[in-house]
Design a protein around this ligand. Sequence first.
Ligand code: ATP
Ligand code: MG
Length: 249
Amino acid sequence: MIEVKKLNVHIGDNHILKDIDLLFPERSITCIIGPSGCGKSTLLRTLNRLIDSTEGVRIDGQVLVDGEDIIDSQSDITELRRRIGLVSQRPCPLPMSIYDNVAYGCRINRMFKKRRELVLHVRQCLRAVGLMDEIKGRMHAPASRLSIGQQQRLCLARSLAVHPDYILADEATSALDPISSKTVEDLFVSLKDKYSIIMVTHTLRQALRIADNVVFMYLGEIIETGPASQVFNNPQNELTQKYLSGAFS
Ligand SMILES: Nc1ncnc2c1ncn2[C@@H]1O[C@H](COP(=O)(O)OP(=O)(O)OP(=O)(O)O)[C@@H](O)[C@H]1O
Ligand SMILES: [Mg+2]
């Protein structure tokens, strides 16, 4: 479980995230929605401390991952990013083969002693994202030759390969055609028995289809959060009502 307490993020003079209190339940899909610039990506990037690389950033508050504060502690960043995988809006495969993209993290984390075990594992991960059949015989070709949708699924396979506990997805389907997008959506739904998935989406319909919980953000604040059925069918806050009715986007 990830629990965010009184989280404030400043970048330079800008107060980007304001007093965020949130609970991301286990084994479910939480969709974060809200207009452009409201802080969705910043929140995701804080959860696995990718935000650290931003110049002038200041973080106050707590992000408890299974009870451990990842902001304050001396926690091992490589281990944190293994546990919390991030799939970004634009797929960014490593400049290496399809196989090596998936094997890379396994090697760093010394997950397998025998090469044969690694090969089987890589194949299994590629199968899980529906790529195995599509790339038959091309496992050692450069990942850059894959289509964008395939690259996105490869990045997801790369995250899954190191056995994460959480998957963060930042508009992971926005660059995809409808069919690839549906494949990734179905995949997330099938993965939620094992993982906690937190995804940012601009597509309300997508959130309607797959979210168990919804978080609505506006100007760096959490305006409303709750079970998807409640937020969509009976939003309590006027801003949420307006956003859902398409009054602003
Ligand atoms: N490195 C940075 N320096 C200064 N301001 C930043 C930086 N990164 C983000 N911001 C600002 O923080 C705010 C939140 O940005 P963020 O990318 O989190 O929004 P978002 O909700 O993900 O938007 P979108 O839906 O367009 O992706 C924006 O006003 C943005 O301009
Ligand atoms: Mg964003």
